[in-house]
Unconditional design. Sequence first.
Lengths: 418, 475
Amino acid sequence: MKVLMFGWEFPPKIYGGLAVASYCITNGLSKIPGVETTFCLPKPCGEEEKFLRIIGMNEVPVAWRDPDSNYLKGRLVNNTPEDYYRFRDHIYADFNYKGVNDLGCLEFAGGYPGNLYEEINNFSIIAGVVARTEECDIIHAHDWLTFPAGVHAKQVSGKPLVIHVHATDFDRSRGNVNPTVYGIEKDGMDHADCIMCVSELTRQTVINHYHQDPAKCIAMHNAVYPLSEEIQAIEPHKNPDEKVVTFLGRITMQKGPEYFVEAAALVLKRTRNIRFCMAGSGDMLNDMITLAAERGIADRFHFPGFMRGKQVYECYKNSDVFVMPSVSEPFGIAPLEAMQCGCPSIISKQSGCGEILSKCIKTDYWDINAMADAMYSLCTNDAYHKYLAEEGIKEVAEISWEKVGERIYRCYQEVINR
Amino acid sequence: MKTVCLYFEIHQNIHLKRYRFFDIGTDHYYYDDYENERSITETAEKSYVPALEALIEMARKNPGYFKCAISLSGTAIELLENYAPQVLELLGELNETGAVEFLAEPYSHGFSSLKNPEVFRDEVNRLCKKVKSLFGKSPKVFRNSCLIYDDEIGAQVADMGFKGMLAEGAKHVLGWKSPHFVYNCCRNPKLKLLLRDHSLSEDISFRFNDSNWSEYPLFAERYADWVAQLPEEDQIVNIFMELCALGIFQPLSSNILEFMKALPAQFKQRGITFSTPSEICSKVKSSGDLVVEYPTSWVDEERDLSPWLGNAMQREACEKLYSIADRVRAIRDRKLQQDFDYLQASNNLRFMSTKANSYGGYRGIYDSPYDAFTNYMNILGDFTARVNNLYPDMDNEEINSLVTTIKNQETELELKDKEIQKLKSMVARFEAAAPAAAEVEKKVVKKAPAAKKTPTKTVAKKTANSKKAVSPKSK
């Protein structure tokens, strides 16, 4: 089975959770014999893992040029000159007006630049060329950025389209959707043959806010990879007299950081031997620093800033409680990672990962009393903490990407045979 | 001739309210009055009242033939007194028919039998007194909370003077043996054990209204046949359940009461009688020791303690609660004792269960076992602080040593009391014998016991005084 996949991010260049999810899904699929995945990325850096074929969309020509093979070898980072010539044979319209470079390709800035809509459009133009060149049985597009490309590829090749909803604009904006983004999302969903949502919560959003047929929406929960030895070897540094409660994520409206600060203030009214740590950065960081100061808890409330790679795991290991008070979280992989490190999690009921976790505490994101209560009891009651820490590790160990890969594969088969 | 022993449990716990950790130290009232009133009224309306009316009808229609046993927990009695006195009236009415025997159980419906023998004894005594004041009879047979039994509990219960005890006929304990015989506690052969036939009991209490059950719908005829068809030697069939089974677990619309009402006639036709637990204990000989090393209960397939003490949270909560049991007992403060009773109820621990597929997944106000644990521990935190505040400037060791002193003195007093009793009866016997004896002899005999009596009394008084001297200090 040949899968043509469109994605916006892929490790090692990570902007958000999407890169990790794309990596894990393709890796899970690669374990299944007979599945060949071709992953189209706007601007690969050439250092991606090679368990699947990656096409750099910035190196696919959309206008006729005739560079020689040696010159191409020097210029292309990801694609081979042969690929280039094959793609060149399938240019379907004249895109010279688009401002192409000397190879007849469209450049991408990568990530999430200011002219994002233009890049999304360009991505979809190139997808037309790719879909004409590459044979496939099914098309899979990740998140709204690549939906137009997926739809285009479907229209060109006539193959079924699966779209993967990692988040919707309703989650990102607390309900005040950007009409352009909503339009792109809705169009993608309308054209899709199957919509994979990362949780039942997201599935309900897709059904109710995007008016999709429930029959074609399925919940496809994410998973986690087992910790590598290097991470397992990290020694936690814990002060026996103090407990650390951690928030880790983008400090934005979607993640509900202010509820964490308010709950912390309640906890600190009663006890002083707990420290709170809000790791990450985002547009609400300064507001949160101000809020912590206003509540008079700044001496116990810390902002270590953005963390990456190993730092994240060090942070989990040094924490006693992990809190994710997201207002609306399609899935949220962080609590699973924290639980892997033996750190009990408190998550909001509005988080998708709660659907597959039972050994964690769930509260409403707005219920700061319940959240404070849960933090306090985890910090003061060792037997309780130990129970959740141990059971949490066991529970998360059962959730694997291999299983998700198999589920996706079965889903593909169903869609193809439909 | 076969005989059936019917027994119903009446227990409702006092519901705890949502109690946040910032309430600790400021709010000492832990109960959800609204929920208590709502749940007991609902249970009374849907189950207790109609079920008891049915039992009364059965007793009146079959005078001298139909019999059953009932036990009430202390918390249930309190709730019924406050919110549903009509249930107690009905119980009184049933009592007047003479068809019912009331059994003893721990007042709080908790786990003191496993954790603290003194608290256990005290609780059982309080319940017996309560039952006596309500129904005029002192219970002779005991049943533990959730039908928990093991050898040690059996020995304690036998020491308290009960002649029989109800327990679960758990397969892992019985092995090849049948629950249809009377056994005795292996530590004390005086205590007879009646073992529940869980299959026949749960046919009524769990499966009666289950349309997926192969025997659905169950009629009284067939049920009586099952009992009649048991092997000839199987003499006793113990059918124990909660009274809520009639009306709540099995809704009234399932005609459960009509089924029950039809039972006596069907049993009569087949020559099966009804007996109360104490009748069985006095009439039937024990067929041997029963060894139960690990506690059994009447819940879930495992029939063990896992629904209440299955995970670390539950064990922690239970451990913390009973760690202050001796102090609560020593303080003798009514309000604290009451709170302690309510906190002990097994339901509080059941809410924290993480067992999958456990029967009765009802969690009350709690979303999850963690929520239940957090709430309970907050309340327990406040309660512990209140208890400890009554012992100012004393560390735990001092208190513990004082508590042991008091405990020792009490046992000593008890011994003395017994001795006094013995001597008194001796005196009485001598006096009775005296008129026949010679006058000279009489004088000598009379002097001797009197001389013996006085010193013991002074010792008793002394210990009583020394105890009094300790308690004010401790307060």
